[in-house]
Design a protein around this ligand. Structure first.
Ligand SMILES: [Zn+2]
Length: 101
């Protein structure tokens, strides 16, 4: 049983990677489809309790949960005073997300 679970989570991780790579590839051509791939990856991650890799996790809006693309529907600003962080503005809902780096 335990071994099967581990296998399932491995598969889930691979699916997330594949979906998000694909989402990045098609983002310029088909934003809506890319967002729906992002949504699917997020659902898989919740269902199997695997994390979205850091490489992508910061690109989700914390407010509307959409998968964003820098320069298309995401603006990134770097703030370095005191606590260094990046501020991400979501072009879909207008929400601001702060991430330390
Ligand atoms: Zn948003």
């Amino acid at each position: 049983m335990r071994r099967d679970k581990r296998r399932e989570r491995d598969i889930a991780r691979q699916r997330i990677e594949r979906l998000l790579s694909l989402a990045d590839e098609i983002y310029m051509r088909d934003k809506e489809l890319a967002i729906s791939y992002g949504e699917l990856a997020r659902r898989i991650s919740m269902r199997y309790r695997v994390r979205i890799p850091r490489k992508w996790s910061w690109r989700y809006c914390r407010n509307c949960k959409k998968f964003l693309y820098p320069g298309i529907n995401m603006r990134v600003r770097i703030r370095s005073r005191r606590m260094p962080h990046i501020v991400i503005m979501c072009g879909e809902c207008g929400g601001l997300n702060r991430h330390p780096y």
